[in-house]
Design a protein around this ligand. Sequence first.
Ligand code: ADP
Length: 720
Amino acid sequence: MENPKEYILLKRYFGYDDFRNGQREIIEHVLKGTDVLAIMPTGAGKSICYQIPALMFDGVTIVISPLISLMKDQVETLCEAGIKAAYINSSLNSDEYEKVVENAKAGMYKLVYVAPERLETDSFLELLKSIQISMVAVDESHCVSQWGHDFRPSYMHIPKMIQRLDSRPVVAAFTATATPEVKNDIVNLLKLDNPFCLTTGFDRENLYFSVLKPENKFDKLLEYLSNAKDKPGIVYASTRKSVESICKRLQDMGYSATRYHAGLCESERSKNQEDFLYDRVNIMVATNAFGMGIDKPDISYVIHYNMPKNLESYYQEAGRAGRDGTRAECLLFYSASDIMTNKLLIENGSEGKDKTGEYQKLNDIVAYCNTDRCLRSYILDYFGEKDVKAHCENCSNCSNHIECTDITIEAQKILSCIKRMGERFGNVVTADVLHGSNTEKIRTMGFDKLTTYGIMREYSKDAIKEFISYLTAEGYVTLHGDQYPVLKLNKSAYMVLQGSVKVSIKRVIERQKTSSDLKGTIDKGLFDILKAIRRSVAYEHNVPPFVVFSDAALNDMCRKYPTNNEEMLSVSGVGTFKMEKFGEQFITAIRQYVKEHEIKINHVEYTKSKTVYLPTRKEQKVDTRMATYELYKNGLTINEIAAKRELATGTIEGHLLDCMAAGMEVDSESFFPKELEARIVEAIKTNMDGKLKSVKDALPEEVTYGAIRFAIIKNKLQKS
Ligand code: ADP
């Protein structure tokens, strides 16, 4: 460790033991005073790269961020972690604004978040001159470029603002998406001074990618939700109408769902968004209008009910899952009709824009939906990532079984038909001809005279279109043109027609999910308890639950069972400040849970190594009895064992009786007198048909299950 201070701050304020890929290098450069441009995917942890230096510098760090809702979340998260921060944007009234200005002048903040539009106001620039600014962090810095997808003219004011300061602070720019043009723009337009540039790569290892072609999308959605309905997730649909209908159907079936699209009034949109953010509802059904500015880190799945218009949007939207690093799933429900919807969207929404580019991007995502390659490698190749592994083993194409069916004959029929139609038509007319439809267009064009007319009558038109999409995805044919793209044969198509190449279609056989895929390996019972505590703490503090502790932190608690402050601090995501603020309630609940469920955990092992053996619940129970037995063999009394193990004496007696029942040597006279045994036997006999619980209820409260079990075994009575 070259600079332990960074690590101390990382643990104290954020609760993490180690930096993620790229974070440390960026922090080191910033601390040396070098400007930085960091291109890191969503969820990679860009914020910490400027928050830690902000804590180490003397003055204030100004963070320029384009989204008001994001600012609020970030500032709340910082304040809950014990870091002094504030934001300045149009949501503040004049009193609130004055207060923030006053505090900033008094040096009360380490970070101040501002909307870029502020940089245009003189009063704000005056404020900046009266405080010491150590760093300017530019979030979503691609907004400065007109090449990017979210150009914000106010970003152009950033260099002017920096110039007006008495001394130039270090400038750090961050973004998740930057093509070479955008990257150049960021460096030049923000006037970065010989910056250290770092790209960590686009891969999001914790995301599972899957493409499904369900016959009935809604049924597929229900099937998925049956295992995931308690987790927060987003369902994206392409139109407002489908958002309305999916949401309504889910609500009618009792699911906790809400909706979001641009057609709703502002107040409903923000209410629904808050409900989702605050875990009051689990499922957000939305158009792509939802998501910008949503920093909810524990989204467990993102389902695209329809194929989006390109891979850029898909990766950005799907990337909203699993920001906290826990495993999350990104599912795309594909159907050929999604292509039509997207074509309409391109036609209606791209006045003056480059349609050829948009159609090309549409073709690329159609190919993604139809490829049998590893989906992750497809995406990463698309974004120009180098040295991509061919198989990720974490996408549906890598993990499912793929069944091949030879479709050379069908392919030859289709390719030959395209050729005979003069390579001047798209897939709809081609499918009509192959299917043998009797339309006026076909008659007028004379296609009903072609030898290929009706030679695929046994297939539905949709099925033929699927074949054509597949041949397109595999590169045998290409779609040319914008509005009415036409199918043209490629070189490889001629090889198929000559019979020198065979074509097979791959049908994905979905792997049945194992229970560990669905539930993870954590203790679900405890997780639910901790989640409920988190919700009430969040309610008390009026912040979203993830601001208290992330799901990743709760998961780690369920693995480590921390029962004191020190152990709680070993949990990833629990820093000193939050531990002091919220730790106790969680520790108390965990202690009680551990006791009730007799869970024995070797904490030392957990903190030392990440790959530890997790005992099963059954093994833990055996273990806890053995621990009692060992102390008993060492001569401790029942009271002493109970005190040492922080368990009730009744529990210890129960353990020892279980040991006796298992044939181990225990002198039971002192705590299991003969009269008691006789009483138990009597109770068992009178409750012969009842459950163990009825026997217990018939006896004084202090008689343990262990005692009853022992009496049954010793007296050879039948009782399950
Ligand atoms: P980005 O801005 O790059 O999308 P964030 O800064 O919002 O990502 O971080 C995403 C999540 O990752 C947050 O929940 C954050 O607390 C967590 N995180 C950041 N750095 C680390 C780290 N070193 N170890 C574990 N989790 C981290």
